[in-house]
Ligand binder design. Structure first.
Ligand code: ADP
Ligand code: MG
Length: 678
C-alpha cells in the first residue's frame, strides 16, 4: 500500500505550511509525488576536467581548492561582488559571486570544492561566474538538477528528497511482485528511488531508470489490456445477422476488398455477446466513411442507434453529409449535433435522439456529454482517433447499453507502437485505395521557386479548380498565428489579389471555421490558406493543388496526410512542398514523398529517419502522460513490459491477488490522472 507515502509533504522534516504550498505549485502534494518528481538532468562530478584543458564558454565541472579570498567590493547600494582565487595546480581561475555573501562566506581557504559553470575570459585570466559550488568532502558524486519553483532551491529539494527516500526505505513499499523483479532483472523500488535521485555513478542511474521506466510502461500495458478484457465481459447490444445488401446496392461505387472485409469484421463482431472494439486503419482516401456507414446501417437494421464522433466541427459536418448521402435514401434518419448549435436547437435534436427518431447521430465532443440520452445506442464510431484519447473511448463506452465501438484512423503506425496505443482494440486494415484514384504528383522545391509554384497554382485556379496553401503552425501559438495571418494578407494583397482567398486556423471560433470551410466547399473561395487544421479528413474534390510552406518542419506521415486532401476527384492533382532549408537530409526526406504514395511505407521511412518521436511528441495518441518513460527511446523496455503485463494478467486477470495490489493501485492512478487532466 502507498500508505505513508500518501501523506502530505508537510509530513517531511523541514517542510512547513509555506514550503508545502510552494511544492503544490509544482504539483507535488504528497511524499509520493515528491519521489516521482524526477531530476531534469544530472551533473556528474566523477570526472572533473582540469582548469588548464577545460574549454571556454561551455558548462564545465572542475575540482580544486580555494587559494585566497579577495575583499568584498560593493558595486553600488545593495549589490556586492565577491571574488576568490581557485586552483587545481594545472591553472588558476577567479570565482566571481554576485551578492550571495552567505555563499562566499561558506568558502574556506585550503578546502576542496567542485565548481560547475561556464568558464569565461581567456587562457591567461580565467573566470567563472556564479558557479554551483559543492564541497568535495561531502558532495554526492552525481548531482541531480530538478525543475523548481520560486522559493524552493535545489539544495532544499535535495534535502527533502533525502528524507522522502528514507521514509520509503522505512516501510519498504514495492509494487512489483517478486517473480517479475527476478525475471526481468530489475532493482527494488527503494534502490531505484535512491539512485534516480542520488546516483553514485551513471551505471546505478541506468539501473534506476530501467526499473522506473519499466514500472510506467508495465502499468500502461496492464491498463490497456485490462480495458480490452473489461469490455469483453459486458454483453453489448447483441445483433442478428441482418442482410445489408440494400446498402451495397445503393452505393455509387464498388467497395474495395479491404472495405468489404472491414464491414464483415464489424458485422461479425456485433453479433457476439460482448461489444465490438475495432479499429479500422486505412490510408487517407481509402474510404473509411463507407465502412462506417455500412456498420451503422447494420445497426439500424437491428433497431439500434449509431453515434459518430469527429474531432472537429468541420469534419462532423462533412461526415454528416456523407453519411446522410449514403443512408437517407435507405430510409435512415441522420442528424448532426455540434457544440456550436444554439441551446434551443440542441435541445430539440437531443429530444429526437432520446425518442429514437434519429438512427444515426453525427457530432463532436458534445456527444460525450452526459446530457445526451439515446433511446438505444448500439454502435459508437470515432473518426481519426489519434485526436481522441483512450479515456474518451472508455467514456463513450459507458453510455447506453455497452455499445459496440468502431474507431477509424488514418495514422499508419508500426506494429509495436500500435499494440501499445491500440492495445485495447482489434484491427482491420484497408490495404488499398479505391480503383481509378490518380496519385497526387508531388514536387519538392526550394523557396527560390515559390513564385513559379504560385503561377502553377494560378493555372489550376484559372481552369476552375481550387487549392490549399498550408503553413506549419505546430503549436497553434499566438506568435505563429501572427505569422500565418500576415502571410495570408501578403498573398491576398499580392500575387493572389484577383482570387478569393480564405484563412483557416485552429484559433478561429468553431462557427467561423465552419463558415470558411463551407464557403470553400461551395467554391465561393479559390484558395484556402490554412494551418494543419485542414489535415484531418476534409473532402473537397474540386481542390487539386496543395502548396505546403516550410515542408521540412513536418513529418513525412503528416505531409502525406495533408496531401491526401487533394486528389479526391476526377481531376489530376499536385502537391508542392516548399522549403527554405534545402539541406541534403531535408531533400532526401521530401523526395520520398515524390516517389511513394503508400502511407504505411512512408511512415516506416519516417520512423527510420526521425525515430518514433513524431508519434509520441505531440500527445496525439491520447495515452496517459508518462513521467519518465519515453516510448520513442525505450522500445526494448516497452516490449518487455508488454510481455510482463500479459504474463501477470494471464494468472490474475483483474489484479485481485494480494501480491498484485501495488500494481493495481498504479494502474488506477495512471488512468485516473489522465481522465482528470483532459
Ligand atoms: P478516408 O478513408 O480518408 O476517410 P473517405 O471515406 O473520405 O476516405 O473517402 C474518400 C472518397 O472516396 C470519398 O469521396 C468516398 O465517397 C470515395 N470512396 C470511398 N470508397 C470508394 C470506393 N470503393 N470506390 C470509389 N470511391 C470511393
Ligand atoms: Mg475520413
Amino acid at each position: 500500500m502507498i500508505g505513508e507515502l500518501a501523506k502530505p509533504v508537510m509530513y517531511l522534516q523541514g517542510v512547513g505550511p509555506k514550503k508545502s504550498e510552494l511544492y503544490e505549485r509544482m504539483d507535488v502534494r504528497t511524499v509520493y509525488d515528491l519521489l516521482y518528481h524526477f531530476p531534469r538532468y544530472y551533473i556528474d562530478l566523477n570526472e572533473p576536467q582540469t582548469i588548464r584543458d577545460a574549454p571556454l564558454n561551455e558548462q564545465v565541472v572542475l575540482k580544486g581548492r580555494v587559494v585566497r579570498k579577495l575583499p568584498e567590493a560593493p558595486i553600488r547600494r545593495g549589490l556586492s561582488v565577491y571574488k576568490a582565487i581557485f586552483t587545481d595546480d594545472t591553472a588558476d581561475l577567479t570565482i566571481v559571486i554576485y551578492n550571495a555573501g552567505y555563499l562566499f562566506k561558506s568558502l574556506e581557504v585550503g578546502h576542496e570544492y567542485y565548481l560547475v559553470g561556464k568558464l569565461t575570459g581567456n587562457l591567461i585570466r580565467r573566470e567563472i561566474n556564479s558557479p554551483q559550488i559543492y564541497p568535495a568532502a561531502s558532495a554526492d558524486p552525481v548531482q541531480p538538477v530538478y525543475r523548481l519553483t520560486e522559493g524552493i532551491t535545489q539544495n532544499l529539494l535535495r534535502q527533502n528528497m533525502h528524507s522522502a527516500i528514507e521514509k520509503l526505505g522505512g516501510f519498504i513499499y514495492e509494487p512489483l511482485p517478486p517473480q517479475i523483479l527476478r525475471e526481468y532483472g530489475l532493482c527494488s523500488l527503494h534502490y531505484a528511488m535512491q539512485n534516480i535521485h542520488f546516483p553514485t555513478d551513471m551505471h546505478t542511474l541506468e539501473l534506476a531508470k530501467d526499473r522506473l521506466v519499466f514500472d510506467e510502461l508495465l502499468t500502461l500495458a496492464l491498463g490497456m489490456l485490462m480495458m480490452k478484457s473489461r469490455s469483453r465481459e459486458n454483453a453489448g447490444c447483441v445483433m442478428k445477422g441482418e442482410s445489408i445488401d440494400e446498402y451495397y446496392d445503393a452505393l455509387p461505387f464498388e467497395l474495395t476488398k479491404g472495405q468489404k472485409n472491414a464491414i464483415n469484421d464489424c458485422i461479425a463482431d456485433m453479433q457476439r455477446d460482448y461489444p465490438m472494439n475495432r479499429l479500422v486503419q486505412g490510408d487517407v482516401g481509402s474510404g473509411k466513411t463507407a465502412v462506417a456507414a455500412g456498420a451503422a446501417f447494420f445497426a439500424y437494421k437491428n433497431g439500434c442507434q449509431t453515434a459518430l464522433m469527429a474531432p472537429t466541427e468541420i469534419l462532423a459536418a462533412q461526415h454528416y453529409e456523407t453519411l446522410n448521402g449514403f443512408l437517407e435514401p435507405l430510409g435512415v434518419k441522420v442528424i448532426l449535433l455540434t457544440g456550436s448549435m444554439t441551446a434551443k436547437k440542441k435541445e430539440k435534436v437531443k429530444e429526437g435522439i432520446a425518442s429514437g427518431e434519429y438512427s444515426v447521430v453525427v457530432g463532436t465532443h458534445a456527444l460525450v456529454q452526459a446530457s445526451t440520452e439515446f433511446k438505444k445506442l448500439g454502435l459508437v464510431i470515432t473518426d481519426e482517433q489519434h485526436r481522441f484519447g483512450v479515456e474518451q473511448r472508455a467514456m463513450l463506452a459507458q453510455k447506453g447499453d455497452n455499445p459496440h465501438k468502431l474507431v477509424m484512423s488514418a495514422t499508419p503506425i508500426p506494429r509495436t507502437l500500435a499494440l501499445m496505443i491500440y492495445g485495447d482494440l482489434d484491427i482491420s486494415v484497408l490495404g488499398e485505395l479505391p480503383k481509378g484514384r490518380q496519385p497526387v504528383e508531388t514536387y519538392a522545391v526550394t523557396g527560390k521557386l515559390r513564385e513559379r509554384a504560385f503561377g502553377y497554382l494560378k493555372q489550376h485556379l484559372d481552369e476552375g479548380r481550387q487549392g490549399y496553401i498550408v503553413c506549419p503552425m505546430i503549436e497553434e501559438s499566438a506568435a505563429d498565428l501572427q505569422d500565418v495571418k500576415s502571410y495570408a494578407k501578403s498573398l491576398t494583397e499580392g500575387v493572389f489579389k484577383d482570387y478569393r482567398v480564405g484563412l483557416l486556423h485552429g484559433r478561429l471560433a468553431a462557427d467561423k471555421k465552419e463558415k470558411v470551410m463551407k464557403k470553400f466547399k461551395a467554391h465561393e473561395l479559390d484558395i484556402l490558406v490554412s494551418t494543419t487544421v485542414v489535415e484531418v479528413g476534409v473532402d473537397v474534390p474540386n481542390a487539386t493543388v496543395m502548396l505546403i510552406e516550410n515542408a521540412d518542419r513536418f513529418g513525412l506521415s503528416q505531409l502525406h496526410q495533408l496531401r491526401g486532401r487533394v486528389g479526391r476527384g476526377e481531376h489530376k492533382s499536385a502537391c508542392i512542398l516548399v522549403t527554405d532549408n534545402p539541406t541534403d537530409e531535408v531533400v532526401k526526406r521530401l523526395k520520398i514523398l515524390s516517389k511513394s504514395h503508400d502511407g504505411f511505407a512512408i511512415s516506416q521511412e519516417d520512423l527510420k529517419l526521425r525515430g518514433p518521436g513524431d508519434f509520441f511528441g505531440s500527445r496525439q495518441h491520447g495515452l496517459p502522460k508518462m513521467k519518465i518513460a519515453d516510448m520513442s527511446q525505450n522500445m526494448d523496455v516497452l516490449v518487455k513490459a508488454q510481455a510482463a503485463a500479459k504474463e501477470i494478467l494471464c494468472q490474475d486477470p483483474k489484479l485481485e491477488s494480494p501480491q498484485n495490489s501495488g500494481l493495481k493501485e498504479l494502474v488506477e492512478q495512471l488512468f485516473e490522472q489522465n481522465v482528470s487532466n483532459d
